[in-house]
Design a protein around this ligand. Structure first.
Ligand code: OXD
Length: 314
């Protein structure tokens, strides 16, 4: 019997298993949806739906035809050393997830723009002091990464009156947004920003991009929002930039190790707001719909949708 194996070494995917079984039942009644480490005959596994797949699993599945990330990112799959070379890897592309990300970035931008960081400190001390107010158009926000989520976030900020720019590997055109591309344009992109937003994919060239050299190029007093991946930020360099006052604050939604340990220093830093990788996620029903749709495509000899380029790593 054909099997779809749902697996994550870090997260409980029971409810996703149910959503996948419900989506598959009417269109692929012969598909069984198993949750790793439940026993499944390796030779029956046609596809895996994975978050952090356990090491040593994927290369034991001789009939594997699809490795489906259950999120927008795939770096957690690509970092496996035992990844079967020819099997396509797909990701979820969901317009509602992009809207959710835009909402989160708007909220985090407003957190700094409306000085909620300051107001929360005042609140803790029962201080009644109105912070100075300025128009959104005077606040320059720069989005690093102009994929589906970055572009939606840029449009949302623009439509809310902010002065928005974007930076990506290759040049993008977005009406009303100044765009920059490539290493040579990172410095001029960063220099005028009040808020820097990282929504980059994690690749060899973006790993650790928010480092000491990067922070030395941002405008003194700028804020950082990271909803890309934890590995984009060099933690010691971020802490040094905050402690020296070069950076005003940071909203951090993603971390190299998740969940963030209760002992982690980042929780206690007065200029850091930690959010639990909540910026945006696709719904389980949409994840299930896209994965089952891809299985049907494979069954009818078509290529799966939303597959990634392993070289580019997204
Ligand atoms: C994703 C995420 O990749 O939630 O979808 O980080």
């Amino acid at each position: 019997m054909a099997t779809l194996l749902v697996c994550s070494a870090t997260d409980d995917l029971h409810t996703l298993q149910t959503a996948l079984a419900q989506a598959a039942a009417p269109v692929m009644p012969d598909l069984q949806v198993r949750l790793w480490p439940e026993a499944a005959d390796a030779a029956d596994v046609l596809a895996v739906a994975a978050w952090h797949p356990p090491a040593g699993l994927l290369n034991t599945l001789p009939q594997l035809q699809l490795i489906a990330s259950i999120g927008a990112g795939v770096e957690h799959i690509l970092r496996l050393s035992d990844l079967p070379p020819e099997v396509p890897i797909s990701r979820i592309v969901d317009s509602q997830q992009a809207r959710g990300m835009a909402e989160f970035i708007l909220w985090a931008t407003l957190h700094f723009h409306r000085q909620m960081d300051l107001v929360l400190q005042q609140h803790a001390q029962r201080i009644w002091r109105m912070p100075p107010q300025r128009a959104a158009v005077e606040c320059r926000v720069g989005i690093m990464g102009l994929g589906a989520m970055g572009e939606q976030a840029a449009r949302c900020l623009r439509d809310n009156g902010f002065t928005v720019s974007g930076w990506s590997r290759s040049k993008h055109g977005i009406a009303g947004v100044d765009t920059y591309a490539g290493d040579a344009e990172l410095k001029p992109f960063l220099a005028p920003l009040d808020v820097v937003v990282c929504l980059l994919p994690l690749t060899a060239s973006t790993y650790g991009i928010c480092n000491a050299a990067f922070f030395s190029q941002v405008k003194p007093g700028a804020a950082l929002i990271n909803a890309g991946r934890g590995e984009h930020v060099v933690t010691e360099d971020l802490l040094a930039a905050l402690d020296s006052g070069r950076l005003r604050g940071a909203v951090l939604d993603t971390f190299a190790q998740e969940p963030l340990s209760p002992e982690d220093l980042l929780w206690n830093h007065p200029a850091i707001l930690v959010t639990p990788h909540m910026a945006s996620a696709a719904s389980e029903s949409e994840i299930a719909r896209q994965i089952v749709d891809n299985l049907l495509r494979i069954r009818s000899g078509k290529s799966p949708l939303h597959t990634i380029d392993r070289e580019r790593r997204y």
